[in-house]
Ligand binder design. Sequence first.
Ligand SMILES: Cc1ncc(COP(=O)(O)O)c(C=O)c1O
Length: 445
Amino acid sequence: MQTMWRPICHRSGERRQQRNRGVPLTELDHPQIAAIAERWGTPFYLFHPGRFRKNIRDFSAAMRRHYEPFILGYSYKTNYLPAATLAVKQEGGYAEVVSRLEYELALRLGYSPERIIFNGPLKRRADLEMALDGGAIVNLDSMTEIEFLCDWLLRHPEARPAVGLRININLTGADGSSRIQDGLKTGRFGFAGENLERAIDTLSSHGVEVVSLHGHSSSSDRSVENFRTICGTLCAVRERYSLNRLRYLNVGGGFFGRVPRELIGRDVPTFDEYAAAIAELLLADGWVAANRPFLVAEPGVSVVADSMSFYTAIHSRKNVAGTRNFVTVDGSVFNVKPTMHRYNMLFRHIAARPPGGSGIVCDVVGSTCMEKDIILQDVVLPDPQPGDYIEIKGAGAYTIVMTPPFINLAPAIVGPDGNGGFRLLRAPQSVDHLLEGYNLEASPT
Ligand SMILES: Cc1ncc(COP(=O)(O)O)c(C=O)c1O
């Protein structure tokens, strides 16, 4: 059972302080929320730009303390709010994209193609050609993409393209169990074994240099050990195939950010701990130590999760069959954890007036018609009433990018205006947005 979250007290030692040192987050009071709600409705997201920028800086500084040169490629898919992606650009970061949509988004936001890292399992022929023409850093994922590249070379015989390869990482722990997301035995991304050999042979016979090895692996535990495995594998591939023109060793994303202990019941590695382990592995390799290719990391959740809060209004409260209390809010689980993980996120209850009754144990449930739309489970709220609000903290990763207009429209995103007020960063979706693109003239057949 979880009661209302309070800010963390920084008294339990230096290490704990280091883990949680961030920019204090704005916590809206009831009149502030009501004022925003009047203009743009509820629910809404609140972006914390100071926290986001600090995360980007802290992550980069930790890596650079242990290894240089370093490139941060921000994972667009995690949250492509322009206010965030533009901040990354200002901080000197690159855009890490995995689709044509994200590639074009990065271009529209002013990234030059050389500062775009193009990953992902589905680069269509035209997508790949656009990236090659522009000079982006492309990490190829399949033989199909290599065939597209070879076809492109026939039309550009003078070109000397340089590409990367995604390497399939065997993330098996010491106990023999898989660390890949959901315990899957084999990850589906990248090249390994014979396929890798064939890929490298084909590229080399076409005069294509491999300048990047990419080892992102979505793990279940985000452990430091995984990054040791990734670095070890990338170094072994470089050595085995004498890839001596390598410019980028890319470990991908999959780091923990500042996750308070009360959220998952344990401490998680700090940015510095990840960086130290990665650098130790890389610098133990004589070629890497002598040639110093760029270390690239692609953080997503670790830098953006705690940069957004979600505010939702309580609509009703009921007790069912004398056994269970439900508090229904106007947001849904899709707004805060579309992956429906089992953790209760950190939250605050903002009452319209001092709570009169006693606290109740309840589930905070969302606005859709799904039983599974449970935002918080078994939490204690002091006398929740319609008109109160709930803030869900840490709602910045894989939320706005994964919210379909399912039953309700996508909500507004607001941020500070620099004068103590708030401004719109994304308008709430309307029925007009929803119907855009549909042919309303077509008669049913
Ligand atoms: C290629 C690649 N890079 C980076 C990331 C970001 O991962 P995370 O949000 O776990 O840091 C992902 C996420 O799946 C990814 O597929």
